[in-house]
Ligand binder design. Sequence first.
Ligand code: ASP
Ligand code: MG
Length: 408
Amino acid sequence: MALVVQKFGGTSVADPDRIREVADHVARTQRHGSDVVLVVSAMGNETDELLRLAMAVSTTRPGREMDMLITAGERKATALVCMALADLGVPAQSFTGSQAGFITDNTHTNAKILELRPDRLRDALAAGKVPVVGGSQGVSLERDITFLGRGGSDTTAVALAAALDADSCELYTDVPGVFNADPRLVPDARRMDKISFDELLEMTATGCPKPAMRSVEFARNHGVTLHVRSAFTWEPGTWVVEEDPHMEHAIISAVTHDASEAKITVTGLPDTPGVAARIFRTMADEDVNVDMIVQNVGAEGVTDISFTLPFADVDRSMAVLRPLCDEMGGTHEITADQSIGRVSVVGAGMKTNPGVAAKMFETLSANGINIEMISTSAIRISCVVRQERLEDAVVVLHEAFELGRPVS
Ligand code: ASP
Ligand code: MG
């Protein structure tokens, strides 16, 4: 018998009607001859609300208690979904992450899965029941409840699909799949029928919000076929699969954007070995995830370095960089720029097609959009531009690479 893991996000189980619809869909999937394992997120915005509550009550917010609080959202949803299934005559059983066998490290609020022992889920399946598992949670070796972080339910689902050797993992959400640009900015953005793991990983790393990047990485590493689809229209969505080496690729598959980063520039640093090493060691020790890095050619013994980092980490980074640069000497100056945006084009076909960078830069230039930084991978080119031109950049690149709906 086929086995499918179905994960439902917060909006898919936001209210009693939605929960009953999800139960209907599970019953339908069973009738079509598949066993189902369910993973559910907290209802609607409940995770945000629990976080707000914690902020209102406490300034210290101990990690252990935060995880106990946040995981209650998913736990509530599992029980309600099981009740809706029971009403349809579908036997189901709810499981917390701990009961489902998710053993994690003890990094509260952002725990990593160490091991998965889904014995109780296998027993439930063997007894003809639908296991309904709380997303994004587990238990640490210290036997404390842990939360896998925001968006962690996708990872729960993918990990279960891998461990139970499921035929596929369906991630149900409030959009009909993965789009080749943000449909809120680009009216003729298209839902993709299929995309490779590598391309989707680059997309999620450069601003595509769903699915969670960590789950895509896990799926790729474990060969889990993903299907990102709508829990509102139930139509087929986007399949995420291994790249087919025999297939011709579209040169560009998608345009992504991200306005959540800022840029720090240090000018006038001594051009000697160890300067970059010390700056980025300091950032790493502060746990700041640096993204693009540009160092200028040194002239007259001095050099400039710019890099991008999450908006939220700017103040903290400036505070540690100032004394460090004083120590390193030179006539340096440090500035932070919070109004940048990054636009990226992603496509496996660019590996074998020259001219993608030229076309991207020409398109931006033709529209008077200045490029401030550039970075590339084998299948992605990103440009930092002024944030107020970011949306324009997405629109003109989507058009230039002919990613709109085919005219019918
Ligand atoms: N409910 C949690 C969140 O919103 C976990 C998840 O849905 O993946 O981040
Ligand atoms: Mg959620």
